[in-house]
Design a protein around this ligand. Structure first.
Ligand code: MF3
Ligand code: CO
Ligand code: CO
Length: 251
């Protein structure tokens, strides 16, 4: 289904699904404590998804992922399956969750420090990466181009002296989890696909305290920073409205 073919019912389903996703992530942030096993967290999230009437996108459609949520710790950036690991105080954990509700997907991610407030360089990493997401969202409106979003995100991340991950990008979303266009976290203003009202996209800056290069672990899924640096990932599903945007996964 091309983005333009979404009906108002499809968009309404994404609005409702986005609220469910936001609620789960907010509850997950509260729930996250030192001593929790990632496998326990996965089961907890799976129960929430079911309880709120949605399904886990990672278990169906284009991927068959070993878990309902990605749990990436410290130098792990994205796509890490839940494993038999117990969270420790001070771990930097990134959660990335996609759910399906009434046939439509929504996708959102955030990074937090386990068991204490962020401090020092890690605080800078989290705040700048999150700020780059909201800066990118701010430019969304009909007629804006994908390069406008990328250039804006890139400027915030480079002003914050972070490594800007280029190996993975944001994307369109709707009846499938990943759809056209790609939404890179870098770019040139005035270039790339033009947004139109009704489009639904995922903007998802990924950044590190070190260099930008990543590699895929031997598990075939986990993407980690090559230089072992700490990294962060923030993502929202955003609807292009007639005069701007609506963040469908806002807490
Ligand atoms: N939610 C991820 C994204 O932002 C996709 C994860 S796919 C998985 O695009 F297979 F790794 F789970
Ligand atoms: Co995601
Ligand atoms: Co995404």
């Amino acid at each position: 289904m091309p983005a333009g073919l979404k009906t108002s019912e499809h968009i309404q389903a994404m609005r409702e699904g986005g609220k469910i996703l936001a609620r789960i992530l907010q509850e997950l942030k509260e729930y996250t404590k030192p001593g929790l096993n990632e496998l326990e967290i996965n089961d907890w999230v799976a129960n929430k998804i079911t309880k709120y009437g949605a399904t886990a996108s990672y278990l169906e459609d284009e991927v068959v992922f070993p878990g309902v949520i990605c749990i990436s710790v410290n130098q792990e950036l994205v796509h890490s399956p839940p494993v038999d690991y117990v969270l420790e105080e001070g771990d930097l954990v990134s959660y990335d969750l996609t759910i399906k509700y009434k046939g439509m997907h929504t996708d959102s991610a955030f990074t937090m420090v386990v068991g204490r407030e962020p401090r020092g360089a890690e605080k800078q990493l989290l705040s700048v990466t999150e700020r780059s997401l909201y800066a990118g969202i701010e430019v969304v409106k009909p007629g804006a181009r994908v390069g406008d979003i990328g250039a804006t995100v890139e400027e915030v991340l480079s002003a914050g002296k972070l490594g800007i991950v280029r190996d993975y990008v944001g994307h369109g979303i709707g009846a499938s989890m990943h759809m056209a266009p790609n939404i890179p976290n870098y770019g040139v203003r005035g270039t790339g696909a033009m947004l139109q009202a009704g489009d639904t996209i995922c903007i998802e800056p990924m950044a590190s305290l070190g260099k930008e290069k990543t590699f895929v672990d031997s598990d075939g899924w986990t993407v980690s920073m090559k230089d072992g640096s700490l990294c962060a990932h923030f993502e929202h599903t955003v609807l292009v409205t007639d005069d701007g945007y609506e963040i469908l996964t806002i807490w």
